[in-house]
Design a protein around this ligand. Sequence first.
Ligand code: SF4
Length: 470
Amino acid sequence: MNMPDLCIAKDRKKTEIKYIYNDKEYQPLFKNKKYFLRTYGCQMNVHDSEEIKFYLEALGFEATEVLEKADIVVLNTCAIRENAKDKVYGYLGRCKHLKQEKPDLIICLCGCLVQEPHEVEELKNKHKYVDIIIGTHNIHELPELIMKNNHYQDIEVYSNSDEVYENVKYKRDSKVCAWINITYGCDKFCTYCIVPFTRGRERSRKMENILEEVKELKKEGYQEVTLLGQNVNAYGKDLGLNYDFATLLEEVAKIGIPRIRFVTSHPWNFTDEMIDVIAKYDNIMPYVHLPIQSGSDEILKKMNRKYTIEEYKTLFNKIKEKVKNVAITTDIIVGFPNETDADFKATLDIVKYCQFDNAFTFIYSPRVGTLAAQMEDKIPYEVKQERLKKLNELVNSYSLKSNQKLLGKIVKVLVTEESEKDKNKVCGYTETMKLVNIVGNKDLIGKIIDVEITSAKSFSLDGIVKSLKD
Ligand code: SF4
């Protein structure tokens, strides 16, 4: 049993990163058995689940979407907000009932939630039926833990990691768009955020390994790659070499994959070189997700965000000016401890100033172990809810406005999948990351097509095919 420890997770001793080449082979010992996997949270978790799926299928398990048919259930959890945690425990209740009927069922919990010691204590004491608890740094150990599982709770969570695994295999969800990890962890320690504890210190993959992966994906016919990290701008800083994120982005662009995206960017590390590279290459999409979090300098300081509103505006304007037709989206937290009416008004003001293409908005949720969770907070929850409502109305009005600008225009859309709601439609994304529903069949999937926009809502567009490019 290896228990997590937030103090160890915070204690960043910068030792050399070990690059480990994973060349393990797995036997299909679980043929005719089924797995049910549920993913909570961010793109990082979605991509981790692609690794988990690879291991499960290499062991012989087949996927099922029906919980009751599963022989192993894996919940890949998120710790970013309280409601994400509540959802996991709600689902665990269903798994517990199922296990009473199927005692051989293996229940496995992984992801950020289990990197928190108090959560693991709760699982140990109140949820003994959970068989495997595995942390974000140990996913590669999952096959061994499944093979040796004997229904005694097995807890394997490293608190810290100086390792980067290479040659990781994935069962990717899409044959069109692929995620590529470029960094792991985060050293920013925004005071509200649990990620630096749950995902560990900032570690970059070596550029040659990333470029190899992009080339492989291009060969396989992928149309889009998204470079993934908690803060992609910090890429390379820990390597002490002479390249950074701008260098990497340029090298990826030169490979010639049709579309390149990246998430997420911290405004603090966003360099002029990065902007120049985005502007220079047609295959780097004109879309930047640039979390602002608050419009108040006072709150930004308490959040340890390391930029002021003036600095954010300068960066925002520079990107808008240099990158043609760029769309900028953001994240905003309302109700940070003791956010005043004036602080909140400043947030509304910056939204009016930037007129973001879209914004992901949240009510602040205290996370045990973070600095903000220790701050006194006198703002009633109802006030926070009221603020969120007001903010959403404003944000949605700008999303609608930016979508309406496309009415009647022809835009390039990469078709990614069939529409879930209407089998006569497919959907995909514009270069600026706007969702478009298009009348057409699934032969269009994987193609970049010209689409005329016929109607616009706050969160999506409708369009008709004008011409097929590929
Ligand atoms: S940059 Fe801040 S918000 Fe983003 S993962 Fe790191 S600590 Fe969390």
